[in-house]
Design a protein around this ligand. Structure first.
Ligand SMILES: Cc1cc2nc3c(=O)[nH]c(=O)nc-3n(C[C@H](O)[C@H](O)[C@H](O)COP(=O)(O)O)c2cc1C
Length: 201
């Protein structure tokens, strides 16, 4: 299913077409495609080129790993994410490797890498559904995430499926229109709360 963003200004089709489905097709993601997704993440910009991200990945055919990953999700998410062919967690390193001082952009950069991955996925007909609904401490225990690294978001990755495969309440959400705040609420100029002049035309 396609769910293009009804954008107010023209945007690139990859940005328009990315969205977060909960219905996934029963189709595996080939290893070379997975490599390209993480290659895209690799080329994200980061503060000091620290690249403070890591990804734990569980394709469905790696049953034990996949079940372990499902087990860290909240029930609402595991209910639909179990049908995705690949699950992953994005993890951020909180201190700069060179001097152990806090990297206050670590989560930001990890989000940027995940955004790059999502755009690459869209270009390949895949979709990424990010999830905050998981237990970071369970993730630490289950995968041996070391101190100094924090699990930031879980990801369900796969090809889009039939919304009819979802329970009714999720079908409704799957088909609901996509909405966003207007630019005038978050693009400011001169003083906090003052919309930038170019946003109203
Ligand atoms: C960091 C992050 C955490 C999210 N957590 C969840 C989640 O736990 N469960 C869920 O179903 N969707 C989750 N989402 C998906 C958002 O609800 C979704 O991105 C948002 O509604 C906008 O929809 P779109 O991605 O289709 O444009 C999350 C998205 C992000 C970026």
């Amino acid at each position: 299913m396609q769910k293009p963003a009804p954008s107010d200004s023209p945007i690139h089709e990859l940005i328009r077409n990315r969205w977060s489905p909960r219905a996934f097709a029963n189709k595996p993601v080939a290893p070379d495609v997975l490599r390209s997704l993480f290659e895209a993440a690799r080329w994200a910009p980061s503060s000091n080129n620290e690249q403070p991200w890591a990804f734990l990945v569980a394709p469905k055919d790696d049953k034990e790993n996949f079940e372990k990953m499902l087990g860290i999700l909240v029930e609402f998410n595991s209910g639909w994410a179990k049908n995705a062919p690949v699950l992953a967690i994005a993890v951020a390193e909180l201190l700069f490797a060179k001097n152990n001082t806090p990297n206050r952009n670590a989560q930001y950069d990890t989000g940027a890498a995940t955004a790059w991955l999502s755009v690459e996925a869209t270009a390949r007909g895949l979709f990424v559904h990010q999830m905050a609904g998981f237990d970071p401490e369970k993730a630490r225990q289950a995968f041996g995430i070391p101190a100094g690294w924090d699990a930031i978001a879980a990801l369900a990755i796969g090809y889009p499926g039939d919304p009819a495969s979802l329970p009714q309440r999720l079908q409704d959400r799957e088909l609901a229109p996509r909405t966003r705040k207007p630019l005038s609420e978050f693009v400011m100029s001169g003083h906090w709360g003052q919309p930038a002049p170019f946003v109203s035309n």
